[in-house]
Structures are given as structure tokens and as C-alpha cells.
Write a protein that binds this ligand. Structure first.
Ligand code: RFL
Ligand code: PHB
Length: 396
């Protein structure tokens, strides 16, 4: 027997994009159903992003899902850029008229949104198999297997919030989308360590052995990343080797010390820049990583996903309020203007900070000049700061 469900918006993917969309729609009186491939526990424990732009924080608070974030999030007013054994602080707040970022794990955002949806009686199906999006030109539907039963959600529109490896983007007919992509010749090895952070702020380090990043999740948890080869097995990186390499890359002339502690999680993430245009087809709208990927150096992926669904929620609201498709038809163009600026920034941060094998001596000197410029010119530092705290969410 097929379980049939009718809703207004069928959402594929219960990550930050899908859950925030479902929450914003609920507040606007629009029904949705979320279909998620993984278990609730898996989605809530998946360690990923950690930096929220001020716009993301403001949106969470304004929409009633910011209570825990206000208590537990760490407000940061600056970041450090480190090279040649010396640190340079970029005062984000002073350079942007008081704007800040917040350290709050993506999995905590997902927990807060899931709790809010479930408390409001929202429908989220976890552990769904064989998820398919169909009828994109006329009558959209999502089918999936859950608890051994076939389910069919019929809806007015589908939101494809199912990440880079999801099913929505591939369900669009070949030829309707143009893909823009750059794959980088390196990856990030990321660890979570049960030890107090070694600095109050994030440290982005450019070193001749490769990039390294010091971040955190709480006063007791440090998050660290190092540039590594993209095809390297994680087994090549026993804990001691990771700590030794991190210590080498973060070393300063005044003998800065990295705190070591038990590593509780390890993973390798490939790096790419990716955009599809347009971000919509018929009655399907792609949002977040389903439509674009940025390398994590600018800390933008989660924030971009949240901006997309804010634009999309408003377009659905307008449609149900007035019957007008104007905002829906303009969804992709509205998002892409900001997406490409964020792509540029993420590519630029990545290019400035990483070691590219095969770079010429000229390239290395130019990269060094870029670091020197951004840490010594107020104009250059302001450009970094403006992008890092987040460009305006509303198109200008
Ligand atoms: P997600 O989070 O991938 O969620 C998609 C959801 O869809 C589910 N799914 C399916 N569901 C049903 N049917 C299918 N066929 C499905 N296929 C997949 C998945 O299980 C998942 O739950 O995409 P979303 O919502 O667009 O959110 C995007 C962000 O997750 C991503 O951009 C960020 O994590 C990127 N990112 C960072 N972003 C930041 O803004 N700041 C950061 O500091 C930052 N650091 C990072 C990052 C990503 C990283 N990795 C691991 C990729 C650091 C790392 C290491
Ligand atoms: C993180 O804390 O996971 C993080 C911070 C900054 C980045 C990327 C990831 O640029």
C-alpha cells in the first residue's frame, strides 16, 4: 500500500537549508513535509561548519530559534591571519561598523531547527530510501520508502535541499542546467579535539608546508584543519602526526603553543567550487549545497544555504498571498548575484592561503604580497572583513 500525503511544499533534505525553509514556511502559515535520507541522530551529530554570519544569527533569533545560540554561541570580533611566523589581527567588527560572527556548530543549528519543527507538529521523515522527485513540469511529487512502506508526497512545489550528492539536481533534464566548477588539488583534514582552544580567535595560517586553521566549538573543544593531498587515506594520519604537523604550521617566532588533547573525530574533505545555473526548473527550486559548493576557507557554505531559503520562503509567501509567480520566477537570478560574490570570496581566500603544488616562484611571491597587502592595508582588510562577516542578505 502506498501512503499518500498532500502538502504545499515538498522538501527533500533535512539539513540546514531544508529545515530552515520548513520553519520559515510554517511561520508564514505554509505547510511542508521534509524527506531526509539519514537518521535524526546522524544529521544532528554530523560535525561540519562552525561560523555563522551575523545575518544568519539575526535570522535565527528573529524567527524564534535563537535561544540556545544566544546562550552558547561565541561572538567573535576578529580573526588572525598568520604567515612567516607572525600573526596579524583583522578587526572584523571595527572594519565593518560593529558587525561580528558567531561560533556555533552547524549540528547545533540543525538540532534547534529540528526541535522547533517537531514541537510545532511539523512532518519530517528520517531514514528514507529510494527518494525520487518527479512531475517537475506539472504535478510535482516526491516518492520514498520509509519503515518498509512506499510513500508519495504530492505538492505544489519541490524544494531540493538535498546537498551536493542529492537526487533533485540530477532529476532535472540534461541540458537545462549549466555547470561551473573548479576542483582544487588538495583537501582538508579536519579534527575535533577535547582540549581548550589555544587562541580566543580563529587563526588562518599560510605556511610553506600548507594551510592550517585553528577554530573551536566551545571553551572545551578545539576544531583544527590542515591542508593535505586530496586522495590521502586517513590511516596515513595517526594522531601524533596530525599534532606535529599542526604545531609546525602554526609555529611563530615568539613560540606560540598549540594545546594538544584527545582527538574525538577525524575526516578528510575535498575542496571544490561549484555552481549550477539556473537554480530552478519548472516547479523545482534548488537551495544550498544542492545548487552550489564553496571551498570552506571563507566559512560560507552554511550561510549561503540559509540565504537561499530566506529568498525562497519569501517567494512562496508571495505566491500563496497574491498568486504572483514573479518572485518565484526570479528566485535563481536573485540568489545567483550573491552566490557568485561568495564564490569569488571563497576562491580568493583559498588561493591566498593554500600551497599549490606546481606554483612558480613568481606565484609564491605574488601570494606572499597578497598576504602582506591584506594585513597592512586598511582598504584590503576592509574588503576581507565585509565579506567574512557576510554581504547583505537582501540583494542590493
Ligand atoms: P546539507 O547539510 O548537505 O544537507 C542536505 C541534507 O540532504 C540529505 N540528503 C537526502 N535526503 C533525502 N533524499 C536524498 N536522496 C538525499 N541526499 C542527501 C542529507 O542527508 C542532508 O541531511 O546541505 P545544506 O542544507 O544545503 O547545507 C549546506 C552546509 O551543510 C554546507 O554548505 C556547510 O557545511 C559547508 N561548510 C561550512 N559552511 C559555513 O558556512 N561555515 C563553515 O565554517 C563551514 N565549514 C563546511 C565547513 C563543510 C565542511 N564539510 C565537511 C563539507 C567545514 C567542513 C569540513
Ligand atoms: C569551523 O570551525 O569548522 C570552520 C571555521 C572557519 C572556516 C571553516 C570551518 O573557514
Amino acid at each position: 500500500m502506498t501512503e499518500r500525503i498532500r502538502t504545499q511544499i515538498g522538501i527533500v533534505g533535512g539539513g540546514p537549508a531544508g529545515l530552515m525553509l520548513s520553519h520559515l514556511l510554517h511561520l508564514a502559515g505554509i505547510e511542508s513535509v521534509v524527506v531526509e535520507a539519514r537518521s535524526r541522530q546522524h544529521v544532528e551529530e554530523r560535525v561540519r561548519a562552525g561560523v555563522l554570519e551575523q545575518g544568519t544569527v539575526d535570522l535565527m533569533i528573529a524567527n524564534g530559534v535563537g535561544e540556545r545560540l544566544k546562550r552558547q554561541g561565541l561572538v567573535h570580533r576578529g580573526i588572525e591571519v598568520r604567515f612567516d611566523g607572525g600573526g596579524h589581527r583583522i578587526d572584523l567588527s571595527e572594519l565593518t561598523g560593529g558587525r561580528t560572527i558567531m561560533i556555533y556548530g552547524q549540528n547545533e543549528v540543525v538540532k534547534d531547527l529540528t526541535d522547533a519543527r517537531i514541537a510545532a507538529g511539523g512532518q519530517i521523515f528520517f531514514e528514507c530510501d529510494d527518494v525520487r522527485a518527479a512531475g517537475l513540469d506539472a504535478k510535482p511529487s516526491i516518492t520514498f520508502m520509509s519503515a518498509g512502506e512506499l510513500h508519495e508526497v504530492t505538492c505544489d512545489f519541490i524544494a531540493g535541499c538535498d546537498g551536493f550528492h542529492g537526487v533533485c539536481r540530477p532529476s532535472i533534464p540534461a541540458g537545462a542546467l549549466t555547470t561551473y566548477e573548479r576542483v582544487y588539488p588538495f583537501a582538508w583534514l579536519g579534527i575535533l579535539a577535547a582540549v581548550a582552544p589555544s587562541s580566543d580567535e580563529l587563526i588562518y595560517t599560510s605556511h610553506e608546508r600548507g594551510f592550517a586553521l585553528h577554530s573551536m566549538r566551545s571553551p572545551e573543544l578545539t576544531r583544527l584543519y590542515i591542508q593535505c593531498a586530496p586522495d590521502e587515506p586517513i590511516e596515513n594520519w595517526p594522531d601524533e602526526k596530525i599534532w606535529d604537523e599542526l604545531s609546525r604550521r602554526f609555529a611563530t617566532i615568539d613560540n606560540w603553543q598549540l594545546h594538544r588533547g584527545p582527538i574525538t573525530q577525524k575526516g578528510i574533505t575535498p575542496m571544490r567550487s561549484f555552481v549550477v545555473e539556473p537554480m530552478q526548473y519548472g516547479n523545482l527550486f534548488l537551495a544550498g549545497d544542492a545548487a552550489h559548493i564553496v571551498p570552506p576557507t571563507g566559512a560560507k557554505g552554511l550561510n549561503l544555504a540559509i540565504t537561499d531559503v530566506r529568498v525562497l520562503a519569501r517567494a512562496f509567501e508571495e505566491f500563496y498571498r497574491s498568486g504572483s509567480r514573479v518572485l518565484l520566477d526570479g528566485y535563481s537570478a536573485t540568489c545567483l548575484r550573491r552566490v557568485w560574490k561568495v564564490q569569488r570570496f571563497s576562491w580568493w581566500m583559498t588561493s591566498m592561503l593554500h600551497r599549490f603544488d606546481g606554483d612558480s616562484a613568481f606565484d609564491r611571491r605574488r601570494q606572499h604580497a597578497e598576504l602582506d597587502y591584506v594585513t597592512s592595508s586598511r582598504a584590503a582588510a576592509t574588503s576581507l572583513a565585509e565579506n567574512y562577516v557576510g554581504l547583505p542578505m537582501d540583494p542590493v
